[in-house]
Design a protein around this ligand. Structure first.
Ligand SMILES: [Zn+2]
Length: 223
């Protein structure tokens, strides 16, 4: 397994950093974490994520825990097929700039949100909103790596009080779409169920992993 200093270099922390805040990208420990598993993730196939919180000023305190939990849920699910989440960076769009995007209604508003803001780096832009009306998440399928491209250039997810794994599926599910996957009618799969209603499921099939590994956001190796 690579060393901690190699891992920090991989995520752009050449001077080193904190294990929780930088290596994992969390503000608190959401569920059991394996440092060894995270080092292995950075050694192999992984992608970086920008968590962009939309109008978070008035969010209740459980939301921070849930976002960290949902990211780790995704790490644990994707880890079963040899895919990791590398660097996680946190951003916020303040309420006075987010305006009506604080609550998203459907695909076109979600798409507009991703077109209106972007983080100019090589990470997947994951927009977290408190509530999406008429949907549980939106994402491009096989999304662009050119964030100035037309259309949806990120994934949009929402939060659920008291349902951390449900939110976790939403994070994994929408990022799975961005990385090239469509729904599959398989119970237990993170993209399964009827019309993509995948509940709290975390199963990832090998072929789904192989497909995601071909996406342009995917990095291979720690350098
Ligand atoms: Zn879906």
């Amino acid at each position: 397994v690579i060393s901690l200093s190699q891992a920090f270099a991989c995520i752009g922390r050449t001077e080193g950093g904190s294990v929780l805040g930088d290596l994992f990208g969390y503000q608190r420990i959401p569920r059991p974490l394996s440092i060894r598993a995270q080092l292995r993730a950075l050694e192999g196939n992984h992608f970086h994520v920008n968590v962009i919180c939309v109008a978070p000023e008035d969010w209740p305190t459980w939301t921070t825990h849930q976002i960290c939990h949902a990211l780790q849920f995704t790490r644990d699910a994707f880890g079963t097929v040899g895919i990791g989440l590398g660097r996680i960076e946190w951003y916020a769009i303040p309420s006075d700039q987010a305006g009506s995007y604080a609550i998203i209604t459907g695909w076109s508003e979600a798409s507009d949100l991703t077109a209106s803001w972007t983080v100019p780096n090589d990470g997947l832009d994951l927009f977290v909103v408190r509530t999406i009306i008429d949907s549980e998440g939106e994402s491009a399928i096989d999304g662009s790596c050119d964030k100035n491209a037309k259309g949806m250039t990120g994934s949009v997810v929402e939060l659920y009080e008291g349902a951390d794994d449900y939110a976790g599926n939403g994070f994994a599910h929408e990022m799975g779409h961005y990385l090239g996957l469509d729904h599959v009618p398989i119970e237990g799969n993170f993209l399964g169920g009827v019309d993509g209603a995948s509940n709290s499921w975390s199963g990832v099939l090998d072929w789904q992993g192989e497909r995601m590994k071909t996406h342009c956001l995917m990095r291979r190796g720690w350098q």
